[in-house]
Ligand binder design. Structure first.
Ligand code: TXA
Ligand code: MG
Length: 337
């Protein structure tokens, strides 16, 4: 299949959104931009369309998808039993990088929820995605638009690198601004539970609802995860990655890998970039936001440069930094404490 590259900018904006909407209405799958990462979208009410997502990504069929909507009103059609605090969260954070897991009303196709009675819903904060959702009036089921297990795509080119020929189109809205996937929060109980860390932090949620838990499975992978996706290998770069927790150990780890004759890639902050030497050094940024925005592009770039091993330092965990370190820990082949 030919994958159309639809540029959603300037004079092409409306036409590209229209073309994407037509394809989605025909039951095709189309990659769409969001503020977090690109999603691989299908009409969430059609089982055979949603099935194409699982096949194109190679996604295990017990891992449910997030449904994207254009307005708060659409939420009431898709879910029931909404605790009062959810409206406060929506008013504060949506549109934005946060997904609410709620009891499904049964309107989305069965394979969207992978057999669960709940469904994850979010309003993305991206003008192209919002226009597509409002124009098409379709709730769009969309996991990240990568081959399962690989880092999520933050540009249309990443999507094409993984899925060209397997999907009908990519709607190119430029690079994703946030860079890590949305915060997923279970809102089926009296007190919300964070299932996946993201840009919206636990502290920010707590300030709105008073009390919030973080799923124990986020720190302990041995338990059965409440969010099915968390048990799978994620974000793995195709090159082995060593995470070094203490800055004082960086030099030693670099020298050890060099002595094996490896071509080395480094992921570091601006302040450390000049201290070390390696075949490829990627400075992720000056602050947590920049680091989040550039992380997945960096993880994808080492393969192209034939790097044997990536050595990554530990970054500050304030704000979105906590989600960044969560993703790096999941991507790491080894962690040196
Ligand atoms: O930012 C994002 O959330 C991106 C963009 C495209 O919106 N999407 C994304 O989707 O990251 P995905 O499929 O890669 O991750 C969805 C996560 C998985 O860990 C999945 O298990 C969890 O959300 N999830 C979805 N529905 C759920 C449900 N009903 N209950 C618990 N976890 C759910
Ligand atoms: Mg994903």
């Amino acid at each position: 299949m030919e994958t159309k590259h639809l540029i959603a900018k300037d004079k092409f904006l409306n036409e590209s959104i229209k073309k994407a909407a037509i394809l989605l209405k025909k039951g095709e799958i189309v990659a769409i931009p969001t503020e977090t990462v690109y999603g691989l979208g299908a009409d969430a009410t059609r089982e055979e369309a949603v099935d194409k997502i699982y096949r194109a990504k190679g996604r295990p069929n017990d891992n449910p998808l997030i449904v994207h909507i254009g307005s708060k009103e659409q939420l009431f059609e898709l879910v029931t039993d909404i605790p009062p605090y959810v409206e406060d969260l929506i008013d504060k954070f949506s549109p934005g990088p946060i997904t609410y897991v709620l009891k499904s009303s049964g309107k989305v196709a069965k394979n969207v929820t992978a057999g669960l009675t709940t469904v994850g819903v979010r309003i993305p904060d991206n003008p192209v995605a919002l226009e597509l959702l409002r124009y098409s009036e379709i709730p769009i089921a969309a996991p990240s638009a990568n081959i399962s297990g690989k880092p999520s795509p933050t540009t249309a080119q990443h999507v094409l690198d993984d899925l060209e020929g397997k999907i009908s189109a990519v709607l190119d809205g430029g690079p994703a601004k946030v860079g890590v996937e949305s915060t997923v929060i279970d809102c089926t109980e009296a007190q919300p539970v964070v299932l996946r860390l993201g840009k919206i932090t636990t502290d920010e949620i707590q300030q709105v609802v008073g009390n919030v838990e973080v799923a124990s499975t986020l720190s302990d992978n041995s338990e059965k995860p409440k969010s099915p996706g968390m048990k799978y290998k994620h974000y793995a770069p195709e090159v082995p990655l060593i995470l070094v927790k203490q800055k004082s150990q960086m030099e030693q780890v670099i020298n050890k890998e060099k002595s094996k004759g490896s071509r080395i890639g480094l992921l570091v902050s601006a302040s450390n970039a000049k201290q070390f030497q390696a075949e490829k050094i990627i400075v992720l940024g000056e602050n947590e936001e920049e680091i989040a925005e550039r992380l997945y592009n960096a993880l994808r770039s080492f393969k192209q440069e034939e790097i044997d091993v990536v050595i990554c330092e530990s970054f500050p965990t304030s704000g979105v930094g906590r989600a960044v370190m969560d993703r790096i820990e999941r991507a790491a082949t080894s962690i040196i404490d």
